[in-house]
Design a binder for this molecule. Structure first.
Ligand code: KG4
Ligand code: ZN
Length: 352
């Protein structure tokens, strides 16, 4: 269990308790109305799934059930809250997208707590949570409003979306992946190279000792449009290794990573220029990638466009981003009905 960020209990301002169980992280956080993260506990199931080379849905659901009570208790104690009758403004949970069995665990717990404590329940879209992650680290009381629109490359294990965020709750889809998500490509290539699971951190680590120019992998639609595609890149890696059995994993990993970085940065920059963005952002697990963060930072400096990067802990799945999104939702859209269903394919609400 890790504590990416926690702080001493703040005076004033009841928090929202957020619960995130959409995939393989059991996470609970308490975030104040001012956006202060009072506790953020993430219990990763990596060890349970590593032997299978990926997330096994049945194992994930059962593990959430087993882990959630301890994660909740720790988040409460780190936030300085009593377990019973806490002065919370609401309880929020991810309702989708994600694995149905996993979503149901967090969602049911949040509804039960809200009902028992007589406080509002808020159902949060996981993707919207990722969009709020950068805001948690870069906005709040005493800071200027973000320079809307923000163009966000939301690159995770399940999604690769290019979004123009015109404000909280105001999203336009600029592009998406035609096939694999960026994180999926990292995971599949890592599995092929025998680097283990999850693939992103394993590739980043191997790549640190390799030459990003060793192999020239395809960069799909680099100079064209706002859509992404990663399946050709994955196939090219497999073919290259088959043809060059002596190629070092480090060189292959570095060359693959560089291809993903080049494409994601090019698309975020093109999207930002298309809408006249005030800042460029990254979100989702792949946004924790060091070379990707550095490359977008350099592009922003070159073009004079500010870059907002969530902290690495805020990129991968966590419950702070769910509680942060819930605050906005509660204040602008109100609570969610207690019969809100878990939806594995829940889409992001987009502006028309
Ligand atoms: O956002 P996330 O934690 O879960 C989803 O919503 O999917 O993203 C997980 C994905 C995985 O595919 C993982 O391999 C990737 O993010 N990832 C990374 C890194 N850390 C996690 N990819 C590249 N570099 C990393 N350092
Ligand atoms: Zn995620």
């Amino acid at each position: 269990m890790s504590t990416p960020s926690s702080a001493a209990p703040a005076g004033g301002g009841a928090g929202i308790l957020g619960i995130e169980t959409s995939c393989d992280e059991t996470a609970v956080a308490v975030v104040s109305a001012e956006g202060e993260v009072r506790s953020s506990v993430v219990s990763s199931q990596i060890e349970l799934h590593a032997a299978y080379g990926g997330v096994v849905p049945e194992i994930a659901g059962r593990a959430h059930l087993e882990l959630l009570p301890a994660v909740l208790a720790r988040a409460f104690s780190e936030a300085g809250l009593a377990r019973r009758g806490p002065a919370l403004a609401a309880v929020a949970a991810t309702s989708g997208p994600g694995l149905i069995g996993s979503l149901l665990v967090g969602l049911s717990e949040a509804k039960a707590l809200a009902l028992a404590w007589g406080i509002p329940f808020v159902a949060v879209n996981h993707l919207e949570g990722h969009l709020f992650a950068a805001l948690l680290d870069h906005s709040g009381p005493g800071r200027p409003d973000p320079p809307w629109p923000l163009v966000v490359g939301l690159v995770s294990g399940g999604h690769s979306l290019l979004i123009s965020m015109e404000g909280p709750g105001r999203y336009r889809l600029l592009g998406g992946t035609l096939d694999d998500a960026a994180g999926e490509a990292f995971d599949k290539v890592a599995r092929f190279l025998g680097l283990g699971y999850p693939g992103g951190p394993a590739i980043e680590q191997a790549a640190a000792g390799g030459d990003p120019g060793a192999f020239s992998f395809p960069r799909a639609m680099l100079d064209d449009g706002l859509e992404l595609s990663f399946s050709g890149l994955k196939t090219a890696v497999v073919r290259t290794v088959e043809k060059n059995p002596d190629a070092s994993n480090e060189d292959v990993a570095a060359s693959f990573q560089q291809a993903v970085v080049d494409v994601v940065v090019a698309k975020v920059v093109r999207g930002a220029q298309a809408v006249g963005a005030g800042a460029m952002c990254l979100g989702g697990g792949v946004a924790a990638n060091g070379p990707l963060r550095a490359a977008l930072g350099s592009a922003g400096e070159e073009l004079g466009i500010p870059v907002y990067l969530p902290s690495r802990a805020m990129c991968t799945d966590n419950a702070s981003m769910i509680a942060a999104a819930a605050w906005w939702q509660l204040e602008h859209l109100g609570p969610s009905p207690l019969d809100t269903a878990a939806d594995p394919n829940l889409p992001l609400r987009l502006l028309r």
